[in-house]
Ligand binder design. Structure first.
Ligand code: UT7
Length: 332
């Protein structure tokens, strides 16, 4: 019997309309366009306005995906949602999304791995396909980062934006799809990138609100140092493990946290800029959304059989890479 791989057979992104550019941020905090662009590569990000949550971002992406792939909600076996900005602690955002798209009685759950969330979720989903348990699985990365960003803190508010991306995974027996993965974590790094309160350790109280502990906290430099090394290491590791040279790689699809981290990764892999998906200037860091948003933006350039390396680093710390063979020529 031929080996079953989990292949991406459709991709769709969703970003809200409102554009928060560097100029507007200059009015909110002591920053400037030049600093933001040279230190991060970001020019603008999208913001979801109104009483809406990450599930709305995710549901929009999935509705577009179902439409584009001629798939009905009843056909979906499983939804895995990667997010650090769930609508609420429970129910899971995946359950809320399933309801919004009209998928009833299906398996649905969230994965929390911060900026590596999409890679963790994609790997988990692939196991349900490879085992033969499920035939149509949706993985969605969605984050309304603006809901946890402190717009008085210049060290974090310039970095993040809102967005979502969803993929449809199906079995493939022609040697296409997810070939390999490496996922890692180091909980000792948790202190450098976290939301201090709102969980069981420090439940919400007047004190936690006054201390602004319900926002993203990041000590940028240690995170930067670890990200540069880990994302490059894990990308090199997956290439070596699969005997891939830089010439074999069609695309690097990196998490979009900082252009300098991405450059360090592509340099280590020996992959030229022309093979690196980069949209950080338009969306900023959308956490679990960055990688599927890149795939969506580049979909029309992807060809069947292309070797892609997906790589991410984020809170936890968590990091990882996925090697996949793209399964279809663009439908656009
Ligand atoms: O996606 C999840 C994982 N996260 C990441 O991978 C992010 C990793 N970290 C980074 O990308 C970078 O550390 C940052 C972009 C967050 C910061 O860049 P940096 O080059 O590490 O800057 P820094 O924190 O060392 O700050 C340098 C200076 C400081 O001023 P002094 O102390 O030298 O006077 C900061 O106060 O830049 C100042 N600064 C700013 N200036 C203007 C910090 N933020 C800003 C700002 N505008 N927005």
């Amino acid at each position: 019997m031929k080996k079953i791989h989990a292949a991406i057979t459709g991709i769709q992104g969703y970003v809200p309309d409102y554009i928060l550019d560097n100029k507007e941020l200059e009015e909110l905090v002591d920053t400037n366009d030049e600093w933001i662009v040279t230190r991060t590569g970001i020019k603008e990000r999208r913001i979801l306005k109104g009483k809406k949550g990450s599930s709305d971002l995710g549901a929009e992406a999935i509705k577009g995906l179902l439409n584009k792939t001629n798939t009905s909600a009843e056909e979906i076996d499983l939804i895995i949602c990667a997010t650090v900005t769930p609508d609420m602690l429970f129910p899971s955002t995946a359950c809320l999304i399933a309801d919004k798209i009209g998928a009833e009685n299906i398996c649905a759950f969230d994965i929390s791995a911060a900026c590596s969330g999409f890679l963790y979720a994609l790997t988990t989903a692939s196991k349900f396909i490879e085992s033969g348990s499920y035939k149509k699985v949706i993985v969605v990365g969605c984050d309304k980062m603006s809901s946890i960003v402190d717009y008085t803190d210049r060290t974090t508010c310039v970095l993040f934006g809102d967005g979502a991306g969803a993929v449809l995974l199906e079995p493939n027996t022609d040697g296409l799809g997810i070939m390999d993965y490496i996922l890692k974590s180091d909980g000792s790094g948790g202190e450098f990138l976290k939301m201090k309160a709102g969980g069981s350790l420090h439940p919400a109280s007047h004190e936690t609100v006054d201390a602004r502990e319900h926002f993203v906290y990041q000590d940028g430099q240690p995170v930067f140092k670890k990200a540069v090394k880990s994302m490059a290491d894990v990308s090199e590791e997956i290439m070596q493990k699969n005997n891939l040279s830089s010439d074999d790689i069609a695309w690097l699809v990196p998490h979009q946290a900082n252009k300098r981290i991405i450059d360090a990764t592509s340099r280590r892999m020996g992959v030229g800029d022309e093979k690196v998906m980069l949209n950080i200037e338009r969306y900023g860091n959308t956490t679990a959304g960055t990688i599927p948003l890149c795939l969506w933006d580049w979909e029309d350039q992807l060809k069947k059989g292309d070797n892609l390396i997906l790589a991410a680093f984020g809170g936890g710390f968590t990091w990882g890479s996925i090697y996949l063979k793209w399964a279809y020529d663009s439908k656009k």
